[in-house]
Design a protein around this ligand. Structure first.
Ligand code: HEC
Length: 159
């Protein structure tokens, strides 16, 4: 009995100690629009396709390049699509137009438009406000190429 005593108070101390180190503490969901928009762009996947080199560099690309579109083609039965430059797109819309667009658009694959449509108004507004605060940047992404036509540059080939 005497030997077990220290472990009874050491165990909670160890658990709290580990939880307090930064490796174990989870980020908070931000409350203000711009910070929330940044958080959503990062955690709901928009950067994965719309930010150049983002996946290849494990997310370690300059934030100034986020959502500026990509030259990587996505090729399948729908032709070849390129992730849109959202910094330019949102600069051309007001917030009400963005909300309507986000709720009605059906771009070609691999754009998961159904996920965007499932977002709350608050989350969609937060994304818009983050992107507008970042401002327009970069060039438009290449135009989509119809099915069966050749493309130059790298592509991800779907069956
Ligand atoms: C798997 C890759 C991928 C992911 C993830 C992704 N997108 Fe896209 N997105 C694309 C591609 C490719 C297009 C272009 C589709 C086309 O040309 O029809 C596109 C198009 C769009 C468009 C349409 C632009 C227009 O011209 O109307 C919007 C808006 C958009 N994406 C927003 C988002 C947002 C917001 C997120 C994060 C929630 C996101 N996307 C996540 C690949 C992706």
């Amino acid at each position: 009995m005497k030997q077990r005593f220290p472990s009874l108070w050491l165990t909670p101390a160890l658990v709290f100690g580990l939880a307090a180190t930064s490796a174990w503490s989870a980020p908070e969901r931000p409350r203000t629009d711009i910070a929330l928009g940044r958080y959503l762009v990062k955690t709901t996947g928009c950067n994965d396709c719309h930010s150049p080199g983002y996946i290849q560099k494990s997310g370690k690309t300059a934030e100034s390049t986020w959502l500026t579109g990509d030259q990587l083609g996505w090729r399948g039965p729908w032709g070849t699509t390129y992730a849109t430059n959202l910094r330019l797109l949102m600069a051309s819309m007001n917030e009400a137009q963005w909300l309507k667009h986000a709720r009605t658009m059906e771009p070609r694959p691999p754009m998961p438009w159904f996920n965007v449509r499932a977002m709350s108004d608050g989350d969609l507004r937060a994304i818009y406000r983050y992107v507008r605060a970042a401002g327009p940047a970069g060039q438009p992404a290449p135009a989509a190429v119809p099915p069966g036509q050749p493309v130059s540059g790298p592509v991800v080939q779907f069956p």
